[in-house]
Write a protein that binds this ligand. Structure first.
Ligand SMILES: C[S@@+](CC[C@H](N)C(=O)[O-])C[C@H]1O[C@@H](n2cnc3c(N)ncnc32)[C@H](O)[C@@H]1O
Length: 280
């Protein structure tokens, strides 16, 4: 097994602090930053952005479907970014939701956005913290939710253990994450996928489930969403290419190219995307 390349939490934090404005300019102006689950083969064929944004919302619905989040639930959103999904979860389910993220910039944005939703203020909280060292007592939450985050964290086992620790017995963890279907990857995938996204992982679709079981979880749902990841990056390549910003034209052109390399990496089994639902 090749050695994994490790990026420090400091590098990840600086990256996400610095790049919020860039991603808002072509991904989602409201600040969410995850991938989408497409419904039909021609989803978004006529309007790429609308199709992609609908697919991103569909990921929320897919994850929520069997999670059992109701108004009595206490949910932790690990890696909540700008707080978009945490706010959606709170509004949609009536649950109490706490979002944590490593990026101080994103947490500040999330806290600022609370003023626009005073009706949710009692049930929605944000706090800067790392998923590897959660500032919560054992058994605080009924649910841990996470989107597009754990791949960044070098110590994924510690992250799963922390999630397990803060869940009550019988609590549910529902999340999506990037996976590496095979350990040997090309230099191109290393440069344009793994190094560019500041991550590495030795979890495949199946070894991830093993790690969850070793942590103590019972895995109830596992979905390989890799085809949707390729589709997401194909949309994002077009969205970045069409970004209307002369000052950053070169950056957008480079991103658009890199996103096509993400599509190729998924097709070569060098990158994948999975979603799991498991119970403590
Ligand atoms: C791709 S973004 C996804 C954000 C959000 N979940 C969403 O769907 O919009 C990844 C997020 O993970 C956060 N992150 C990375 N490492 C983390 C860690 N160790 N603890 C908490 N958050 C982390 C980043 O700061 C970033 O906001």
């Amino acid at each position: 097994m090749p050695n994994l390349r490790e990026f420090s939490e400091r590098e990840t934090e600086e990256y996400y602090d610095a790049e919020d404005a860039l991603y808002r300019s072509f991904w989602d102006s409201a600040g969410s930053l995850h991938w989408g689950v497409f419904d039909a083969p021609d989803d978004g064929a006529t309007d790429v952005r609308a199709g992609f944004m609908a697919a991103c919302l569909r990921l929320n619905d897919v994850m929520l479907a069997n999670a059992g989040i109701d108004p009595a639930a206490q949910v932790l959103d690990l890696g909540c970014g700008n707080g978009n999904t945490a706010t959606w979860l709170c509004r949609t389910t009536g649950a109490s939701v706490t979002g944590v993220d490593l990026s101080g910039v994103r947490i500040a944005n999330a806290i600022e956005s609370l003023s626009a939703v005073p009706e949710l203020a009692a049930k929605l909280h944000f706090e800067k913290a790392s998923a590897t060292d959660l500032p919560f007592a054992d058994g605080t939450f009924t649910h841990v939710w996470s989107q597009a985050t754990i791949y960044h964290i070098p110590d994924k086992v510690k992250t799963l253990q922390e999630a397990y620790r803060v869940l009550r017995p019988g609590g549910t963890m529902v999340f999506d994450d990037l996976i590496k279907p095979r350990p040997d990857i090309s230099d191109e995938a290393r440069t344009f996928v793994y190094d560019r996204l500041l991550f590495d992982t030795d979890f495949s679709f199946y070894s991830y489930m093993e790690a969850l079981r070793e942590t103590g979880f019972r895995v109830l749902e596992a979905r390989d969403l890799s085809a949707h990841l390729a589709r997401s990056y194909s949309c994002l390549s077009q969205m970045a290419a069409g970004a209307d910003d002369d000052a950053r034209a070169e950056r957008f052109a480079a991103l658009s190219d890199a996103y096509l390399k993400m599509v190729a990496a998924v097709r070569n089994d060098e990158l994948g995307w999975a979603q799991y639902l498991c119970v403590k």
